[in-house]
Design a protein around this ligand. Sequence first.
Ligand code: ATP
Length: 466
Amino acid sequence: MSDKKAAPVDDLMDRIVSLCKRRGFIFQSSEIYGGLASCYDYGPLGVELLRNVKEAWWRSMVTSRRDIVGLDSAIIQSPKVWEASGHLDNFTDPLVDCRECKSRFRADKLGEYVCPNKKFKKRPVTECQADGFFTEPRASNLMFKTHMGPVEGAGAEAYLRPETAQGIFINFLNVVTASRLRPPFGIAQIGKSFRNEITPGNFVFRTREFEQMEMEYFIPPGEDEKWYEYWVQNRFQWYKGLGVNPERLRLRPHDKEELAHYSTGCTDVEYEFPFGWDELEGIAKRGSFDLTQHSEHSNAKLTFYDEEAKAHYTPHVVEPAAGVTRSAMTFLIDAYEEEQIGVDKKGKPDIRTVLHFHPTIAPITVAVFPLVKKEGMPDVADRIEARLREDGFKTFYDEKGAIGRRYRRQDEVGTPWCVTVDGDTLADGTVTIRDRDSMEQSRIHENELSDHLREKLQAWTYRAHG
Ligand code: ATP
């Protein structure tokens, strides 16, 4: 029994998956060995996309602010951490097996799946449930178990972290002592997490190994509502600021039944994926639950002294928890367009595939081409590209093929600007700069290129609001 689940994936998803492979964003992992279900590798452009997403988050959450510091904790932690946090007992999803086709499904998400059994021609699995094919739901723990040291057995068991957040709570004392921060303040972390998901799928939307960006904001009790509202709005704006279509974004407050017992509120930032609305990020009020639990289990004193009240208190926490890989996929989907830009010589629609990435997210910022591979143009283009690279831009050099084809190849990977060296460059030092979205071209002196691009980037750049 494995990942036989098939969520409805329409044509758009297939095209994006194909573009990701063709252009080096995302590959099926272990492909030369037949692939490993739901595991992915990020290629040359994918890794740049991930780095840009993480950098934009880090800038917005950490380096642009005074009240938040960063952390990078270990993936394998003491098993006691997971006992205290409740993950050992409660980090489960309800699982059902289909007696007919042996597939497994998450019982709380049955509405999302179609039956993988050919016999039933992609019918919704709720019909299989109605036919009585499913076992009773049972809890399945999502943590990956492993062993520390050469000997297996009791005492050697350890877990791969299923979230980055607990690494923050267990370092609370260290960070507070080292940085002398007082509430309200935050600790942020980006890193890999692992969950043995029952039904991974929808490309990199849900995988068993993924990256998260989480921040725990520690506040005096009683300020929960204020900071919760603040972070819900702040995080929603982050996606909008990076160019995500606001019509495909929404906030969804959780119903009471969805909340963990210690939580008094949680709101998801959701995106309208080709397979429906789903979570991008959750912003949760966690009260004092985590610090209290770790305090009780470890005997460490995780409190602050309130000078006015002359008493110790355990800070409360508001947590925005986002996914790196899920965000990267969202930026890809949201940026994707097949745009008709005229008709070709045979009268057929001329369609270009373009990724309208925000320049902060785009893997390549500027591509440089010689118009033709002669008359000294390659040398000049080579020099211009090297200079832009030294000035800190992510560049790409290409001299092969017709110029129109080269533009299209850059459109397809979302490069916002292309610079072309032509005959006039040799005469007067001006180059053509082409805009990806409008496809308009203008001329500018090569010495002004870096400033010009910086200005354009600046005009786009999202600024975190404090
Ligand atoms: P779900 O209900 O979809 O299982 P969750 O509510 O358990 O997710 P959180 O624990 O809040 O998710 O994790 C925070 C973020 O981490 C999610 O919003 C998502 O962006 C990302 N994330 C969680 N699980 C996965 C996964 N299996 N694959 C990729 N990203 C994930």
